[in-house]
Design a binder for this molecule. Structure first.
Ligand SMILES: *Cc1c(COP(=O)(O)O)cnc(C)c1O
Ligand code: SF4
Length: 556
């Protein structure tokens, strides 16, 4: 058999190119010539692909830069054809040396050049709390001293809440804030409550006025200046029963508390949260549970707040028990930021409660981490413990100006949380509904660019969906189907903009019913009636109502 018949066209092209070299005189004493001879010798001896690849790479360079043909190194086309065949025989997937050298390696190099900027910047402009841990620990010991906390206070959730920083003066002292900042925060603080657990306050780098954790936790002047006309609180038009919010037929939320361990400047529920801590009466929970029990369509219940982990263990246990006892409730979620803001809450007792409920029906934790800086060795450990006991731990970040509104910050966030056992789930565009934080909003276009730039550059399961909250969650991704040409779609690669053609299946083929085993089917009168069996694919599209044209829902 002719050896050439076994070599693929990539390798033939590569060989043609090498032997098109016109220069037949290489200096035999040059390091280049020595290296090539050495690689040639070793390629013939060992059973590895590496030397063969390196040899072809060097020959290609010699050809491209100096016009040198392999013959200049006393290597014939027959020699190289033999080595190419050997490469293909060694490789488990029969990859040719031509494919590897001319295609795969350049593709990898190109992909690598796409993310060089990210690798350079990620640890400088978006350090994680793990990378900043030495400084955070210094902050923590200074805060403990200033607040007079002992280690027992520090390591308990109740201690963290008891010593929570609510006064602007204390905050100023902890962070060494300039007087004009303290004055401004005091002004805002009269209307907007501030609270940081000592642990969370320690994540802020002192004297850093653009610190992304500071901006999430400490209200600024804009909150008063922007306040304007209050838009009615989110819940007003979506609460069919006490404590319940419902947008969807099969998913409801129970707003089980209005308390949080810290208060966010960008809180969507700012009208309810962080004004005054309230304990809800037992009847409120009973009515909420009854609402869920009475509607057998509801299958997914999200306990949120405020923050679900503000509920005492017994209360959580009782709520989960109730939900687990409802047959049609199949899965549950808990919404909580506490593993980030106060990981001391994640105790063995809490974990046991979660695991017990998860064993009955899947329980997921939905959290909110907005910057890599919030992921410390302590919160990572909390998430690790949680992830061992529940079915998933997912993150819903909020896109916030000056906090996480660049590619590098958001990529770093998504990678860091994934490394901390948390799956990126959503990125919410900051709501327009609350004028108090209009200054934190980011244009949708910027958010789309940030999220879509992730495709092809970070792991697919670290890429969240970009969502507007407007009477339910509406995906904001722009389409990557950029056009159609006959039966082919034009798809756009999000990472390079390159367009590829993608054949859609033939519609006539799709509606055929005589496929698979259907063609053997005989109506012998035993099973179906006159109509015969229902085809495996409905002849008509399933009926799903199209939203009425005139019906324009007021977004919230
Ligand atoms: C966020 C939310 C849900 C859950 O939506 P998913 O897309 O399933 O995560 C359900 N109900 C309300 C009221 C919500 O705000
Ligand atoms: S944790 Fe959630 S509910 Fe609580 S203040 Fe922050 S955004 Fe609002």
């Amino acid at each position: 058999m002719n050896k050439n018949e076994l070599i693929d066209h990539f390798t033939i092209e590569l060989l043609d190119n090498l032997f098109s070299g016109w220069n037949l005189n290489a200096d035999p004493a040059s390091p280049q010539a020595e290296k090539i001879r050495e690689l040639f010798k070793r390629s013939g001896l060992d059973k590895q692909t590496g030397n063969i690849v390196d040899l072809f790479k060097m020959l290609k360079l010699a050809r491209d830069r100096q016009g040198l043909s392999p013959q200049a190194f006393d290597i014939s086309r027959q020699d190289l054809t033999g080595l190419a065949l050997k490469h293909q025989q060694i490789d488990e997937h029969r990859v040719s040396v031509g494919g590897r050298v001319n295609k795969a390696l350049p593709i990898v190099a190109e992909a690598g050049s796409r993310i060089e900027w990210y690798l350079e910047q990620k640890d400088v402009s978006a350090p994680s709390g793990i990378q900043l841990w030495d400084r955070i620990e210094q902050n923590h010991s200074r805060i403990r001293q200033l607040l007079g906390m002992n280690m027992e206070d520090w390591n308990s959730f109740s201690g963290q809440l008891r010593f929570a920083v609510e006064s602007v003066d204390t905050l100023g002292e902890i962070l060494n804030l300039p007087p004009e900042v303290i004055e401004e925060v005091s002004r805002v603080n009269r209307n907007y409550r501030m609270r940081l657990t000592p642990y969370y306050a320690g994540l802020i780098m002192p004297e850093t006025l653009d610190d992304p954790v500071l901006l999430q936790a400490v209200p600024t002047g804009e909150m008063l200046d922007n306040a304007g006309i209050e838009i009615p609180p989110v819940a007003a038009d979506h609460s069919p029963a006490r404590l319940i919010d419902q947008f969807y037929p099969r998913v409801v939320t129970i707003k089980a508390t209005n308390m949080c361990a810290m208060y966010c400047t960008h809180c969507l529920r700012i009208a309810h949260i962080g004004k005054k801590d309230r304990i809800y009466p037992g009847e409120a929970y009973a009515e909420a549970i009854k609402y869920i029990r009475d509607d057998s369509r509801i299958r997914d219940v999200l306990i949120t707040g405020g923050d679900a982990f503000m509920l005492p263990d017994e209360m959580l246990l009782r709520l989960l028990d109730e939900l687990d006892s409802i047959d049609h409730v199949r899965v549950k979620r808990l919404g909580t930021r506490i593993p980030v803001t106060t990981p001391q809450r994640i105790t063995g007792k809490l974990l046991d409660i979660l695991e017990m409920s998860n064993d009955r029906k899947p329980l997921r934790i939905v959290t909110q981490i907005n910057t890599a800086q919030e992921v410390t060795p302590v919160s990572r450990e909390a998430f690790k413990q949680l992830s061992r006991r529940v079915s998933a731990v997912m993150n819903q970040a909020v896109l916030l100006k000056g906090i996480n509104d660049t590619r590098v910050k958001m990529w770093k966030l998504c990678e860091t949380i994934q490394e901390a056992y948390v799956r990126p789930y959503y990125i919410f565009n900051c709501s327009y509904r609350n004028p108090q934080f209009a200054h934190l909003r980011v244009p949708v276009k910027t958010g789309q660019d940030i999220v879509e730039s992730m495709y092809g550059n970070i792991s697919g399961d670290a890429i969240p969906r970009f969502i507007a909250t407007a009477g339910g969650k509406i995906p904001l991704h722009s389409s990557n189907v950029s056009g159609a040409d006959g039966s082919e779609l034009i798809l756009r690669k999000p990472w390079s903009g390159e367009e590829v053609r993608y054949p859609d299946p033939d519609p006539a083929e799709y509606v055929r019913q005589d496929t698979a085993f259907n063609k053997f089917e005989k109506n012998d009168g035993h099973d179906a009636g006159d109509q015969g069996r229902e085809p495996c694919r409905p002849k008509e599209q399933e009926k799903m109502p199209v939203p009425g044209k005139g019906e324009k829902e007021r977004a919230i």
